[in-house]
Design a protein around this ligand. Structure first.
Ligand code: AMP
Ligand code: ZN
Length: 112
């Protein structure tokens, strides 16, 4: 039995607020949103960090779904930001790879 929170979401053991799902990917609303739209996109298979992403096909699927979800959420025309936090300096808290998709307001740059 996995202890990984996002694996539990991928398997359906924990049910997040899902906005998209297919065979390989799950996208759901962040529980602590930092913008009016804050979605997390994960591979269903466990990949701990971006450093561990070796499957180029899966990487392509992850990246390709971003604009589709942005369009679904209505944030594509005004724009949005994608973030992947990696390890401690990157501020990663959940060690299952995820893309943050943030939009619905003007986002400042650079990040803190
Ligand atoms: P990171 O710091 O990049 O690892 O981001 C982890 C994200 O997961 C944070 O934005 C959290 O708010 C989010 N998160 C943690 N637990 C949950 C949960 N149960 N459902 C949805 N999002 C969560
Ligand atoms: Zn996992």
């Amino acid at each position: 039995m996995t202890e990984c929170l996002f694996c539990k979401m991928a398997s359906g053991e924990i049910k997040p607020d899902v906005v998209f799902e297919n065979e390989y990917l799950l996208a759901f609303r962040d529980i602590n949103p930092r913008a009016p739209v804050h979605i997390l996109i994960i591979p269903k298979q466990h990949v701990a960090t971006l450093n561990d992403l070796e499957d180029a096909t899966l990487a392509g699927k992850l990246l390709q779904i971003v604009p589709a979800i942005a369009k679904q959420q209505g944030i594509a025309p005004d724009g949005y930001r994608t973030v992947i936090n990696c390890n401690s300096n990157g501020g990663q808290e959940v060690y299952h790879l995820h893309i943050h998709l943030l939009g619905g307001r003007k986002l400042s740059w650079p990040p803190g």
